[in-house]
Design a protein around this ligand. Structure first.
Ligand SMILES: [Zn+2]
Length: 189
């Protein structure tokens, strides 16, 4: 049984008496008290007699050079809109949206555009501009790109296969601009 009182603790705050609770994540035992290591929500696990701190997600605005991870909400030919869920690997509750610029990639032949991202893809991208409060993103670097995607055919997660992604369920093969660690588990935002 977990109890979450939504109480915010500051670093060093006493969360419980050491005799009654053990320090869980982001908590430590000092001077007979379990204390918070960092700022966050206090979570008491009564069955384990453990108290821990869940870090508060950050709400600062993304700036140039930041790495964001989010989901594609709309994809056009030259751009895609992305809802941002992680900023430099930390969950964000800022509700930010970014615009992903898709450079033309004609490797597939003259005039043929390769699909770089699709609706619903989980993408890691770099912030390249925040001019006019528009967060512009790029996936041109090797570590940027799609990190998780589902089969357009049957909806199962796709796995890596020679620069493409293959569905182990139905055999469907799809192309994207993948991040270099696509297919690795667990997914790192
Ligand atoms: Zn499939």
């Amino acid at each position: 049984m977990k109890e979450n009182k939504q109480k915010i603790a500051l670093p060093g705050d006493a969360l419980a008496v050491s005799e009654e609770f053990l320090p869980g994540k982001n908590a430590y035992d000092y001077d007979g008290m379990v204390r918070a290591l960092l700022m966050g929500n206090v979570v008491r696990d009564l069955s384990q007699r453990e108290v821990s701190v869940k870090p508060v997600s950050i709400a600062r605005t993304p700036s140039v050079g930041d790495i964001v991870t989010g989901q594609v909400e709309a994809a056009q030919t030259n751009s895609a809109n992305m809802k941002i869920y992680y900023l430099n690997g930390v969950p964000t509750q800022g509700g930010f949206a970014g615009s992903l610029l898709l450079r033309e990639d004609r490797r597939g032949g003259r005039g043929i555009r390769r699909t770089q991202v699709k609706l619903g893809d989980i993408v890691r991208a770099k912030v390249v501009s925040t001019m006019n409060a528009i967060i512009q993103l790029s996936i041109s670097e090797p570590h940027m790109g799609v990190i998780a995607t589902l089969c357009s055919n049957c909806g199962r997660p796709l796995s890596r296969a020679d620069g493409r992604a293959r569905c182990n369920e139905c055999g469907n093969v799809e192309e994207r601009k993948f991040a270099d660690d696509f297919g690795r588990e667990p997914i790192q935002p």
